[in-house]
Design a protein around this ligand. Structure first.
Ligand SMILES: Cc1ncc(COP(=O)(O)O)c(C=O)c1O
Length: 395
């Protein structure tokens, strides 16, 4: 066992279950451990390394900026932040951007903005938030209150009040809980942690209509499914439904921590200096990284590549003969394979064969390769995946 494994157990708070090897370096589609073993990465650091590892454009953007001006707090202007806000607005429905440092912080901001907008526009009392079973919006106190997983919520109750949950993809059930007291509805256009469940466009349209009827804001959480992952820059583009706010993070920073809450001018008009803030958010280094990522991902040829690789991956997976596969679903390069058994042994078998993949819940394998994936990687992955499944029965 590598000494880092023992040191981690000794000194790092044990809130994660980690694989038993130590990653040391990475390039493109591969990461390498301290023994020099290569792993084909079909997890992308949970949908973060969309351009693969150590992308030269991202490395150049970061190293150039860190040598020029590494940090400037938000009491001063900095051009990378303004440029990134402009690029995000020009590539989406949004008019304004609030920067944060992570996905969960982007959600916290959206919660506060929805509450403030409702208070300014409709008066006090309109504070209810609707979210959905299977959702994952983050771990901080507010975001956790919108994440209806008993295991995550139970030890920390009481949580932020005012949150109601409805079944995902069930318009009739959602309409029963959205009302005059609702200030916002939060939904992932493709649920990630919940098991790779795409939202039906008709479901999102029903939410849009209900929000409009009651003066509530529709918030799309694209922290996992955005930034090209589903084959369009934003997943909502494939649904025909436009939100009032959108949260992004993960892949936006090319491996550096960033979050952003995108909003319309109508919502932004309710917010003023002092309403929210962060020391590090929107710093020049991470904004330069994000500008490099956005320039590459928001390109029609790149997004077409994502769609065709997504199709190839799904077709290859359908070709795998295993009694353990119940369903294959997803959008673009966000693919879930539901098994009739625990996903953990398949993930471990993948590690032994040099492949990284993720789970979503106990029974679902979550495949999120870097978007630069090529057909030969998909073929190699599929062969190893089939062997890993076959090992279940040999055991
Ligand atoms: C849809 C979604 N929202 C929010 C989050 C929280 O983001 P972070 O881990 O950056 O705080 C995640 C993380 O997995 C996510 O997938």
């Amino acid at each position: 066992m590598h000494p880092t494994v023992d040191k981690t157990a000794r000194y790092v708070l044990g809130t994660y279950v980690r694989a038993p090897f130590v990653l040391e370096r990475a390039e493109g589609m591969h990461v390498y451990d301290t023994e020099g073993r290569a792993y084909l990465d079909f997890g992308a650091g949970i949908s973060v390394n969309n351009l693969g590892h150590c992308d030269p454009d991202v490395v150049a953007a970061v190293t150039g900026q860190i040598a020029r001006l590494s940090h400037v707090c938000n009491l001063f202007h900095s051009t990378p932040q303004a440029d990134l806000a402009e690029a995000l607005c020009e590539s989406s429905f949004a008019d304004k951007v609030y920067f944060a440092n992570s996905g969960t912080e982007a959600i916290e901001a959206a919660i506060k903005f929805a509450r403030k907008y409702a208070r300014v526009t409709h008066g006090p009392g309109k504070t209810g938030i609707v979210a959905f079973y299977g959702a994952f919006h983050g771990r901080t106190a507010g975001a956790l209150a919108l994440t209806p997983k008993e295991r995550y919520q139970a030890p920390f109750r009481p949580l932020m009040p005012g949150v109601t949950f409805a079944p995902f993809n069930d318009p009739a059930a959602a309409l029963k809980v959205i009302g005059p007291e609702t200030c916002a509805v939060f939904v992932e256009p493709v649920q990630g942690e919940g098991g790779i469940h795409p939202a039906d466009p008709a479901f999102l349209q029903a939410l849009r209509d209900a929000c409009d009827r009651f003066g509530a804001l529709l918030v799309f959480d694209e922290i996992q499914c955005g930034m090209g992952r589903t084959g369009t820059l934003w997943a909502y583009e494939q649904t025909g439904v436009v939100p009032d706010m959108l949260t992004t993070a993960k892949a936006l920073g090319g491996g550096l921590p960033i979050g952003a809450t995108l909003l319309t001018d109508r919502v932004a008009a309710a917010l003023e200096p002092g309403d929210h803030g962060s020391t590090f958010a929107g710093g020049p280094v991470v904004c330069q990284a994000a500008l490099a990522v956005l320039a590459r991902v928001n390109d029609p040829a790149f997004l077409e590549h994502v769609r065709s690789m997504g199709e190839l991956l799904t077709n290859c997976l359908h070709g795998v003969q295993s009694p353990h596969i119940r369903e294959i679903r997803g959008r673009g390069l966000m693919v879930g394979v539901e098994l009739d058994c625990d996903a953990a042994p398949v993930i471990s078998a993948g590690h032994r064969r040099g492949v990284l993949m993720l789970n979503a819940g106990t029974h679902i394998l979550r495949l999120l390769p870097p978007l630069i994936v090529q057909p030969e990687h998909i073929e190699q992955f599929t062969a190893i995946f089939a062997e890993a499944l076959a090992e279940l029965d040999a055991a």
